[in-house]
Design a protein around this ligand. Structure first.
Ligand code: PLP
Length: 394
């Protein structure tokens, strides 16, 4: 048999995939499983975007493109940043990638040397730490406290900075917590980053999914000094229900973007040509479909949030963004006789046929993440099942 590389052996398998894999098996065996694990909108890609893709195919736009994306799409991204975020960039500060995930992966490969530290606020999106490790970097995890809506403070960040610190992840709105940093909090973080000259990797993929009073602020918009240090990560996956098309991007310092483009030239080449034109259509067409999806997410949240909090031993604050609820179920798990939330989540799947993601994969073992990117009918049924499960076990 083959000997695997130390790099491959060091990867922590995705907690998300473990439970969703099991849920799929149960479904295939004919069981009525409700999956609340998915990290993607349940809506179809809007019609006007499909039309743009079909048109691209008919026009023969099916060949290799420039590695970093076609110029029209880069320009559309530049225009989007100006309109939505008040930011001025040029197209040589943009790279289009195979999903936002590839943007972050390639960025880590481009900026990190062995032993370089990257500060990762927890709870974190599962891939950040693994991508840092895959670039021989060291993830330095700092805890965002539940009492502070899972946000890390500028003071905590500063305390984690060492001479080896290269970068800091900020993910607002956040996966898994749905928390949104406000302008003052970001300003304080920006001040620390500028003081210590740390790069900020600002993952803004959930930018369009905000509820109530919450406002999206890109940390890059807080002055020239922080803009120069920030690489913005974004894409159309979550905003335009386009997860399968694989179009994301990174925006920032032209030297970094050029190096990322050179690297991807040997790794992925260009993101799919047709998908690039679909994304171009997504940004240049009528945006009402986005507003409609956002409204649906908001209604679901308003409906199920009080039902979830009514389950004994489930504690969660109402999130301001994304489409997740990150719930402290440690009390419910203990009351039901489980030693760990992981065991509780497994039992929920096996006995109540509800698939949730245990928080251990996000660095927070007391929690589960549920996604409300599914129909209200299924959501309400899932909540009923969880409530009954907890009631019968206690
Ligand atoms: N960043 C965060 C926080 C995410 O949750 C995800 C997807 O789950 C991504 C990035 C990756 O997005 P994409 O599908 O465009 O690669």
């Amino acid at each position: 048999s083959f000997t695997l590389s130390q790099r491959a052996l060091n990867i922590t398998p995705s907690a998300t995939l473990a439970i969703t894999g099991k849920a799929k098996e149960m479904k295939a065996a004919g069981m009525d499983v409700i999956g609340l694990g998915a990290g993607e909108p349940d809506f179809n890609t809007p019609e006007y975007i499909l039309t743009a893709a079909k048109q691209a195919m008919d026009e023969g736009k099916t060949k290799y493109t420039a590695v970093g994306g076609v110029i029209e799409l880069k320009q559309a991204i530049v225009d989007k940043l100006a309109v939505d975020n008040g930011l001025t960039y040029t197209t040589d500060e943009v790279i289009v990638t195979t999903g936002a995930k590839n943007a972050i992966y390639t960025l880590c490969q481009t900026i990190l040397n062995p032993g370089d530290e990257v500060i990762v606020p927890s709870p974190y999106w599962v891939s950040y730490t693994e991508m840092v490790k895959l670039a021989d970097g060291v993830p330095v995890i700092i805890e965002g406290k539940h009492a502070n809506q899972f946000k890390v403070t500028a003071t905590a960040i500063e305390a984690a900075i060492t001479p080896k610190t290269k970068a800091l992840f900020i993910n607002s709105p956040s996966n898994p917590t749905g928390t949104v940093y406000n302008r003052e909090e970001l300003q304080a973080i920006a001040d620390v980053a500028v003081k210590h000259q740390i790069m900020v990797i600002s993952d803004e993929i959930y930018e369009k999914l905000l509820f109530g009073e919450a406002e999206h602020v890109s940390i890059a918009s807080l002055g020239q000094a922080i803009k120069a240090l920030t690489i913005i990560i974004n894409g159309v996956s979550k905003s335009h229900a386009m997860t399968g098309w694989r179009i994301g991007y990174a925006v920032g310092d032209a030297t970094v973007i050029k190096a990322m483009t050179q690297l991807n030239g040997h790794a992925t080449s260009n993101p799919t040509s047709i998908a690039q034109y679909a994304a171009l259509g997504a940004y240049t067409g009528d945006q009402t479909a986005i507003a409609t999806m956002k409204q649906a997410f908001g209604e679901r949240l308003d409906t199920i949030y009080p039902q979830i909090t009514a389950i004994p031993g489930f504690q969660v604050d109402k999130p301001s963004g994304a489409f997740y609820l990150f719930i402290d179920v440690s009390e419910a798990a203990a009351n039901c006789g489980y030693d760990t939330v992981d065991a509780f989540a497994t039992a929920l799947l096996e006995e109540a046929q509800v698939a949730v993601i245990p928080g251990s994969g996000f660095g927070t073992p007391r929690y589960i993440r549920i996604s409300y990117a599914t129909s209200l009918t299924l959501l309400e049924e899932a909540v009923r099942r969880m409530k009954n499960f907890v009631a019968t076990k206690q």
